[in-house]
Design a protein. Structure first.
Length: 174
């Protein structure tokens, strides 16, 4: 996906954050901190004074190629006010199989995420930190999932620019 495509997806992700994190919904402005190869870094300043920093990327490869995957992306989020760091989230455009897990790998390291609807998260903060640590060292992240229809899917994400984008959101939300 092009940088322009990533920026459009980043705008969609901001809309997700605005509706998912705010009750009642309030007008907000998000700012792109920068594009770092295959990752975009952003900050969302809520009218409550809370600052949320996140980075986003889309897969370079979606399998099987014979199915429509829709928008798929990974978000790493920092919420300093809530003391949330390195929150890892995979978002897809379809529902995951109920009760299924997503399996991720970076090199020889393996990760497991729980699913709910169209989203998958690691089980705890320790797992989030371990995934982010692996993403800083690795070249490629592969995520394998099962849709509610039983289709096995696989997504390959480039980690080029990950550390630079992570450093940008860390600086902004320190």
């Amino acid at each position: 996906m092009t940088v322009k495509g990533l920026k459009i997806l980043a705008t969609l992700a901001m809309a997700f954050f605005m509706t998912a994190l705010v009750a009642p919904v309030e007008a907000q402005q998000g700012t792109i901190l920068g594009s770092y190869r295959d990752w975009d870094a952003l900050v969302l300043n809520r009218s409550t004074g809370e600052k949320i920093c996140y980075m986003i990327s889309v897969p370079k490869l979606k399998q099987p190629s014979s199915v429509t995957h829709g928008d798929v992306y990974i978000i790493i989020t920092l919420r300093p006010r809530r003391k949330v760091t390195d929150e890892f989230n995979l978002v897809v455009a379809y529902d995951f199989k109920t009760g299924s897990e997503v399996r991720g790998s970076i090199g020889s390291s393996r990760y497991t995420l729980f699913t709910e609807g169209k989203k998958a998260w690691s089980y705890d903060q320790t797992d989030d930190t371990e995934i982010v640590r692996g993403m800083k060292r690795g070249n490629t992240l592969v995520m394998n999932a099962t849709s509610s229809r039983g289709t096995n899917t696989s997504y390959r994400f480039s980690l080029a620019g990950f550390t630079a984008a992570y450093n940008a959101i860390t600086r902004e939300c320190s």
